[in-house]
Design a protein around this ligand. Structure first.
Ligand code: AMP
Ligand code: ZN
Length: 113
């Protein structure tokens, strides 16, 4: 999709710190990390947000989570991690290409799930 920053990153038109890639998924370090490990996992196909997941593309969510397991291992997140997806304005979604924030490397404690 034109004018989508994550599509441009996937296409290599905008640089990123890639940590994982396969046929379906691309993952890279968040430019503004909120934890020692903060990685964005995105399907290569442009899906706007969680509300656009349907029976035709749901397998890509599974592919994202399979990637998350591999990345958590390679990043040594052996004590656990948090996965967040923001959907829509109230959630604070700023990039409208479905993505999962993988956060780890410190305890998050109680609050906000
Ligand atoms: P969200 O607010 O859930 O839509 O998350 C968007 C995330 O993308 C934010 O955490 C940003 O820091 C991150 N981000 C925006 N542009 C880039 C970029 N060029 N490279 C890496 N991360 C980015
Ligand atoms: Zn996109």
């Amino acid at each position: 999709m034109t004018d989508c920053i994550f599509c441009s990153i996937i296409a290599g038109k905008i640089p990123s710190q890639k940590v994982y890639e396969d046929e379906y998924v691309y993952a890279f370090r968040d430019i503004s990390p909120q934890a020692p490990v903060h990685i964005l996992i995105v399907p290569k196909v442009h899906i706007e947000s969680a509300t656009n997941i349907n029976s035709d593309n749901a397998y890509l969510v599974s592919k994202c989570f399979e990637a998350i397991t591999k990345i958590a291992e390679s990043e040594n997140l052996n004590d656990g991690f948090r996965v967040i997806t923001n959907s829509g304005k109230d959630a604070g979604q700023t990039v409208f290409h479905l993505h999962f924030h993988l956060l780890g490397g410190r305890p998050f404690g109680a609050g906000l799930v």
